[in-house]
Design a binder for this molecule. Structure first.
Ligand code: NAD
Ligand code: UGA
Length: 468
């Protein structure tokens, strides 16, 4: 019979482990949930008395306030956590490999492996080990081999795959009401029991018909497939946006008309300056690598194009800015509104904004940045990484970080909207216009503002001013 879980450990207190397990603690007061991380500063932030949490996510603070110290704990004592838990989520990072075999494509599974080895070394009782991180298909097999080769007598490990589908910025809402919870297990009796034990945790708040149980490999691949198909929609709509700009069609109108087909559906069809975030690119590259390893070059090329289209979209946007500003931005001032990869998060990983600013800096423009949530030190870190041939000192000579959109726009010749923060819609545009150099350009990388209204004020708004 399935075990009734009362003690859960989560290894990795990041964007996934933190919110996911905080919500489990909230919804399951009878379960003690401990979240551990090697990063002391991160754990200190989770434990901070004034709830100055390490990640910004709407609704998260409220959840942590309700549970922390009750049945939710944050710690750096990984070993103790492992010893006490019945079920362990492995929610560590799986970035793209930077060197070695598969560099630039394959997922770096070093963190997953280290966590797995630590579980094997420390556990003295049986555990259910759950892959929460996004991993290549068949990683569970490697985890099982490592665990079994290192386990103590009377210790058995059951491996589950339980990929996470939350999106940043809406993580808490997504976790409260997930479209589905996916659990993959071996189709043995023990595997199915472990699966039922985890399903019972979720069934405290997720309707049974939304808890899907499948084989391990299907579960692992479904996660990569879901991200690939979501990103593919964006690249498709972005590819169409290039045709729109060349013809005078309006991509919002086209997307709306296409999305009305119930087979296509209206969501996730917003043209943009390109998708960012820690996962889409990484997971598609991972799928490309998998396809190549399986000797499926046509499949690999198909998915690779989704990422290439995204790179093209970012390049095309930077070029549009330079071309429009009379073919040179050297010495000009540009305001970039938004540094996060999407609205309602402070996360900047793979943000399109970084690529644009890098391009502007390489043209020797001056850039004023404003983002409501990204902290200053993160911006310097990201720009240093993006511009390896510039010293931080020289970056700081060209970049100013501002406290409002209005401040960022002061004396600039152009505004670039890089993130879809709602507040950018409500900017005092008339006031901004008065304080800018003329002609004053707005490049709306998110189709966020009302182009007609801004045009009436006097702005030249892209994408639309060069339509016939
Ligand atoms: P993250 O970098 O924010 O968090 C991972 C944490 O794991 C880090 O704090 C790191 O210090 C810690 N860690 C690494 N190795 C450890 C070890 N051996 N012991 C203890 N702690 C360790 O990453 P994230 O954004 O939370 O992503 C985690 C995984 O979830 C990735 O595989 C990602 O693909 C997947 N995922 C992410 C999202 C998202 O929106 N960010 C959504 C779904 C799935
Ligand atoms: C994405 C998926 O939506 C989640 O289901 C998944 O769990 C997660 O990746 C993951 O595996 O990490 P996330 O990257 O947090 O979530 O955010 P999204 O809302 O998917 O946005 C990704 C990027 O696409 C952002 O830069 C966003 O601005 C952009 N986007 C999104 C568009 O350009 N157009 C759209 O229509 C939608």
């Amino acid at each position: 019979a399935p075990l009734k879980i009362t003690k859960i450990l989560c290894i990795g207190a990041g964007y996934v482990g933190g919110p996911t397990c905080a919500v489990i603690a909230l919804k399951c007061p009878h379960i003690t949930v401990t979240i551990v991380d090697l990063n002391q500063a991160r754990i200190d932030a989770w434990n901070s008395p004034d709830f100055n949490l390490p990640i910004y996510e709407p609704g998260l603070e409220d959840v942590v306030r309700q549970c922390r110290g009750r049945n939710l704990f944050f710690s750096t004592d990984v070993d103790k956590g492992i010893r006490e838990a019945e079920l362990i989520f492995v929610s560590v990072n799986t970035p793209t490999k930077k060197s070695g075999v598969g560099a630039g494509f394959a997922a770096d599974l070093n963190y997953v492996e280290l966590a797995t080895r630590q579980i094997a070394a420390v556990a003295t009782t049986s555990k259910i080990v759950v892959e929460k991180s996004t991993v290549p298909c068949r990683t569970a097999e490697s985890m099982r081999t490592i665990l079994e080769a290192n386990s103590k007598p009377n210790c058995r490990f059951d491996i589950l795959s339980n990929p996470e589908f939350l999106a940043e910025g809406t993580a808490i809402a997504d976790l409260f009401q997930p479209d589905r919870v996916l659990i993959g297990s071996l189709q043995t009796r023990e595997g199915k029991d472990a699966c039922a034990a985890l399903a019972n945790v979720y069934s405290n708040w997720v309707p049974e018909n939304k808890i899907l149980t499948v084989g391990l490999w299907s579960s692992e691949l479904s996660k990569l497939a879901a991200n690939a198909m979501l990103a593919q929609r964006i690249s498709s709509v972005n590819a169409l946006s290039a045709i729109c700009e060349a013809t005078g069609a309006n991509i919002d109108e086209v997307a709306h008309a296409v999305g009305y087909d119930s087979r296509v559906g209206p969501k996730f069809l917003k043209a943009s300056v390109g998708f960012g975030g820690s996962c889409f690119q990484k997971d598609i590259l991972n799928l490309v690598y998998l396809s190549e390893s399986l000797h499926l070059p046509e499949v690999a090329a198909y998915w690779r194009q989704v990422v290439e289209m995204n790179e093209y979209q970012k390049r095309r946007f930077s070029k549009r800015v330079v071309d429009t500003l009379f073919n040179t931005i050297t010495g000009k001032h540009i305001a970039v509104l938004g540094f996060a990869f999407k609205a309602d998060t402070g996360d900047t990983r793979e943000s399109a904004s970084i690529t644009l600013i890098r391009d502007f800096l390489s043209e020797r423009a001056f850039v004023n940045i404003y983002d409501p949530k990204v902290i200053e030190s993160q911006i310097w870190l990201d720009l240093s990484e993006a511009c390896p041939n510039m010293s931080l000192e020289s970056i700081k000579k060209q970049v100013k970080i501002c406290n409002s959109a209005v401040e960022a726009a002061l004396n600039t010749e152009a505004i670039v909207i890089a993130t879809e923060w709602k507040e950018f819609k409500a900017v005092a545009w008339t006031e901004v216009y008065e304080h800018m150099k003329k002609p004053a350009f707005v490049f709306d990388g998110r189709l966020l503002v009302d182009a007609d209204e801004l045009t009436k004020i006097g702005f030249k708004v892209y994408p639309s001013f060069f339509f016939f």
